[in-house]
Design a protein around this ligand. Structure first.
Ligand SMILES: NC(=O)C1=CN([C@@H]2O[C@H](COP(=O)(O)OP(=O)(O)OC[C@H]3O[C@@H](n4cnc5c(N)ncnc54)[C@H](O)[C@@H]3O)[C@@H](O)[C@H]2O)C=CC1
Ligand SMILES: O=C([O-])CC(=O)C(=O)O
Length: 341
């Protein structure tokens, strides 16, 4: 029993944290009582790079914080409930992870989460990012709340309005797309998933998610129809989970895992170690698309280098052309939402 537990902790630690010797780091999870927030908070409590963990939600977070605080790892954990507690949750934060918001139900697109109930997720992200701009303006933000294609531009515009925007520090979390592409590809090839790497570029909704299997490691000689099937499954991975959960939400556990990996990469960067991950950021790698996901190098100030998409197959070039109008429209919608507020 005990040794199995130790192995589990060691495996998680190997995958996630290499930065335990860095500075003391304060991390906040906003939306910590939710389907993603709870397992993500646990994973952040297990990250040795974290010395303080703030768990914030509008409801039900005290119990989550009390529960997680008993885990015998370094991070001192506290729960903060309701808007009056937000300032204390955020003060001194190095990294703020935002999975607050409403998840999809079957039949909805991610963009419906922007529209539904008076732009609910758009408003939630705007409000939380405003608080980050006031109480921890230098922190790196990891935006998980959907529609990511719009919520990241919302975050950027919100911080611009406050005069504290630093494009290097606002990152949309697209890691789950990479996690899915790796899993599906390894399964198809019958190889160890740990040996697999695949960049996923574009955005985080439907056809804007573009996995680049032509750049996959290890290489392959898959037929065009197999690449098409892998691409579609990666693009529809979120919907696959939404349908399987049949009205009880969207991906939470795989998302918490993906967010914990990405947050760890940000912490490693902050602590001066090299970390490269795909992320959706303000970018000039594709002309006319002001926010775009591609590989980014993370360092002490957040995004240090944004890598171009690299060489693409004809299939991927067509996918890139096809995704741009939708992605640009989602970006404009986010920008408009803040500018017209
Ligand atoms: N980027 C990605 O790859 C993914 C994004 N998501 C998105 O993450 C979001 C959260 O999903 P779940 O955790 O499943 O939803 P959930 O409904 O289980 O949890 C959301 C939490 O946010 C809290 N919340 C609502 N308004 C808040 C506010 N103003 N401040 C702080 N907390 C607030 C709620 O009280 C709740 O605890 C959704 O928008 C979902 O679409 C989900 C999966 C993957
Ligand atoms: O599909 C959704 O609504 C949640 C999500 O972003 C994902 O699982 O990739």
């Amino acid at each position: 029993m005990f040794s199995t537990g130790s192995k589990l902790v060691a495996a998680l630690a190997r995958g996630m944290a290499t930065s335990a010797r860095g500075k003391e780091r304060k991390v906040a999870v906003l939306g910590a009582a939710g389907g993603i927030g709870q397992p993500l908070s646990l994973l952040m409590k297990m990250n040795p790079a974290v010395s303080q963990l703030s768990l914030y939600d509008v409801a039900n977070v005290k119990g989550v914080a009390a529960d997680i605080s008993h885990v015998n790892t370094k991070a001192v954990t506290a729960g903060y409930e309701g808007p009056d507690a937000l300032a204390d949750a955020l003060k001194g934060c190095d990294l703020v992870i935002i999975p607050a918001g409403v998840p999809r139900k079957p039949g909805m697109t991610r963009d419906d989460l922007f529209k539904a109930s008076r732009a609910i997720n758009a408003g939630i992200v705007k409000g939380l990012v405003e608080a980050c701009g006031k109480y921890c303006p230098g922190a790196i933000l990891n935006i998980i709340s959907n529609p990511v294609n719009s919520t990241v531009p919302i975050a950027a515009e919100t911080l611009k309005k406050l005069g504290v925007y630093d494009a290097r520090k606002v990152l949309g979390v697209t890691t789950l797309d990479v996690v899915r592409a790796k899993t599906f590809y390894a399964d198809k090839l019958g190889v160890d998933v740990a040996s697999v790497d695949i960049p996923v570029v574009g955005g985080h909704a439907g056809i804007t998610i573009l996995p680049l299997f032509s750049q996959a490691t290890p290489g392959h000689s898959l037929k065009a129809e197999d690449i098409n099937a892998l691409t579609k499954r990666t693009q529809d991975g979120g919907t696959e989970v939404v349908l399987a959960k049949a009205g009880k939400g969207s991906a939470t556990l795989s998302m918490a895992y993906a967010a914990a990996l990405f947050a760890d990469a940000c912490l490693r960067g902050l602590n001066g170690q090299v970390a490269t991950e795909c992320a959706y950021v303000e970018s000039s790698v594709e002309p006319d698309v002001p926010f775009f996901a591609s590989r980014v190098k993370l360092s002490t100030e957040g995004v240090e280098t944004i890598h171009p998409v690299g060489s693409l197959s004809k299939y991927e070039k067509d996918g890139l052309d096809a995704l741009k109008p939708e992605l640009i429209a989602s970006i404009e919608k986010g920008v408009q939402f803040v500018q017209s507020a």
